[in-house]
Ligand binder design. Structure first.
Ligand code: 6R9
Length: 630
């Protein structure tokens, strides 16, 4: 073995080179050249990509960059839903399967492109029947059922702005998102299913909309028998709503910069940010990344395990794959229910070729052992994907091994705000387990210091993007100042909030967040959100929350709480605090551990130093504590 190979093995672990066969079958066979060319003239590159989609009127300028405000495909008109549906329905793909949905009990619903088109048109006409107009907001609070994407696409068709809220969020969390968006309509279901249990969503919506004056109607998908009672005329049954609607509805030609959706995500304050994405640029970015990263071909069966309530569901279950005319498989439920063979069974049964999952799910399945995947024929798999948090090399190697030892894993790094994958391998790129490898074509990502200076190989710094990209968020809804912070933290670039290093080959190694955002099982949550839920409990005086490394879910939530006078620590009190967070925020915010403490480390200006708490918790050196008050 050559010395440099040994060297790199020691430093970076193994390198997996793609087979010649894989390289030969990919759209981008020579990443280095393609990347160099793409960033020499990113506008030409993205303009070329946009031409693969349908536009009602062409753009006259690819990019108008007025730092930090971007407009892409200026002057063009298009429609996301038109490109996801009509573009295919006009061809033989009308008979192609668009979506295979698998329910928790093994039920199956299959939609061809023509059927999906008709459902979406019906739903769009139904939306019109309620008087909804371009620019109006619609909150979608649904479990992972096909109606979720039908509703999203129907909104897109008319230029309505959807705000999908993950169905695990509680009533107050849902209410604040409806209030911020000032939605006129909420679409929900009676129940979602989780490990065989019905989770009742309708009472959550009832509580949430009680104080939302903008909400005129609530549409309910009724899955259970007998159907949950609805109070007309405000509450409408989904089936009744769609039944008599015509199966055709023209897609609205929209200016490229027309908002497509708002998606709320956690930041460093208690208030979630409404990230805004638009039709034109977002369409081009999600289209091209889906195509190249997974090397998506006509006969693929694409299975992404995300929930459409998160950005991965928006970009890589619904929009990106449909733009590519792919067949998408989506499954309700958990990877280990009814048993840990659930996903492997689906892959074998349907012949999945592209499987996009998360490190948390892989680590969970690892715990059940290799015998589970071994029971199934996984030879249909061609490309694998990972998203949401750093994937540790052990989990990477396991995933690689149990799927046959030859399928490339695309570790895709991106964010709600970026809209599309930004740092990722392509199937033709050599892989290093644990590294998201290199920037996507046309994306100028880097690792820099606080001043924006590029760092030498292996020095830890901040992940940034130096030039705009088409699917970038356009603003934070009703809060443009908060948007500007992303571009004003480090001079002349977009700061992602992640800590990262780049090795000598230019490979990115993401190491987690630099701020008070944590990722629990890939779900993004702000420490401040959990803290404000805790302090709204009558027994709590003050609270501080940290993310603590966890072998399965990546990070777990630990809270430190100071009680108000007159309250005593007890197991009942701890449980009551957990229940309170569950009601205020939803299950993803509930701390795994709560310590009752007499005081919290603070700066002289009164800011809680979570860093100090974390270092102490992990038995590490707390670093610079010169600003500590006491
Ligand atoms: C898509 C999504 C964004 C944050 C991001 C980073 C972490 C996502 C990652 C990853 C390492 C990867 N993250 N993918 N870290 N490697 N492949 O997850 O969006 O929920 O907004 O979270 O997730 O910390 O900043 P979002």
């Amino acid at each position: 073995m050559a010395d440099d190979k040994v060297d790199s093995l020691l430093k970076e672990g193994r390198v997996y080179r793609p087979s010649q066969e894989t390289v030969a079958s990919t759209y981008i066979q020579d990443y280095e050249t393609a990347y160099r060319e793409s960033i020499q003239n990113p506008e030409a590159f993205w303009g070329q990509a946009a031409k693969e989609l349908d536009w009602f009127t062409p753009w006259n300028k690819v990019l108008e960059w007025n730092y930090p405000w971007a407009k892409w495909f200026v002057g063009g008109t298009c429609n996301m839903a038109y490109n996801c549906l009509d573009r295919h329905v006009k061809t033989w793909r009308r008979h192609k399967v668009a979506v295979i949905w698998v329910g928790e009990k093994g039920e199956e619903r299959i939609f061809t492109y023509a059927e999906l088109y008709r459902q979406v048109c019906r739903c769009a006409n139904a939306l019109k029947s309620l008087g909804l107009r371009k620019g109006d907001r619609v909150t979608i609070y649904l479990p992972k059922i096909p109606e979720q994407m039908v509703a999203m696409l129907a909104c897109a068709r008319l230029g309505l702005i959807h705000s999908v809220v993950y169905s695990g969020f509680s009533a107050p969390a849902l209410e604040s998102r409806i209030q911020d968006a000032e939605s006129r309509l909420v679409i929900t279901a009676d129940v979602g299913y989780d490990r065989g249990k019905a989770i009742h969503l309708k009472p959550v919506v009832d509580q949430a909309v009680a104080h939302c004056r903008t909400v005129e109607h609530v549409v309910v998908v009724r899955r259970e028998q007998p159907g949950v009672t609805l109070s007309a005329p405000k509450e409408i049954d989904w089936e009744d709503w769609l039944r008599d609607q015509p199966v055709a509805c023209e897609a609205e030609p929209l200016d490229s910069e027309t908002p497509l959706y708002i998606l709320y995500t956690s930041g460093t304050t208690g208030k979630p940010k409404g990230v805004v994405h638009v039709h034109g640029g977002y369409m081009v970015g999600t289209y091209l990344t889906t195509k190249y990263v997974f090397n998506l071909k006509e006969d693929d069966l694409y299975f992404c395990v995300a929930d459409p309530g998160w950005v991965t569901g928006h970009s890589y279950i619904v929009y990106g794959p449909l733009l590519n005319g792919a067949t998408i498989l989506t499954a309700e439920g958990k990877p280990d229910y009814p048993n840990p063979g659930r996903w492997w069974d689906i892959i074998a049964k349907y012949g999945v070729t592209v499987f996009y999952t998360t490190p948390t799910a892989i680590r969970l399945l690892m715990r059940y052992g290799e015998d589970w995947p071994k029971k199934y024929d996984l030879t249909s798999l061609r490309v694998l994907g990972s998203v949401g948090e750093p994937i540790n090399p052990e989990a990477w190697e396991w995933f690689h091994r149990v799927t046959g030892g030859k399928k490339p894993i695309m570790d895709t790094w991106w964010q709600t705000e970026t809209g599309m994958i930004l740092v990722t391998p392509l199937p033709s790129v050599p892989l290093k387990p644990g590294s998201a490898t290199r920037p996507f074509l046309g994306v100028e990502a880097d690792v820099v210091d606080r001043e924006g200076k590029s760092l030498p190989a292996n020095a830890g710094g901040f992940a940034v993007v130096k030039k705009p990209w088409p699917a970038m968020m356009r603003t934070i809804y009703k809060d443009p100042d908060r948007y500007q912070v992303y571009w004003n933290t480090i001079p002349n670039c977009y700061t992602a909030g992640d800590v990262c290093r780049k090795d000598k080959d230019g490979y990115f190694w993401f190491m987690g967040r630099a701020d008070d955002v944590i990722k629990v099982a890939g779900n993004r949550i702000g420490t401040a959100e959990v803290e404000s839920a805790l302090v709204s409990h009558p027994a709590v005086a003050e609270a501080a929350v940290i993310g603590k490394p966890h072998p399965t879910v990546g990070e777990s939530i630990k809270a430190f709480v100071i009680l108000k006078q007159g309250h005593q620590e007890s197991p009942e009190l701890i449980q009551s605090l957990k229940n309170h967070v569950l009601t205020e925020l939803g299950k993803i915010g509930v701390p795994a551990e709560i310590d009752i403490v007499p005081s919290l480390p603070k700066t002289r200006s009164g800011k809680i130093m979570r860093r100090v708490l974390k270092a102490k918790e992990l038995g590490q050196d707390a670093g610079d504590i010169s600003t500590l008050e006491d």
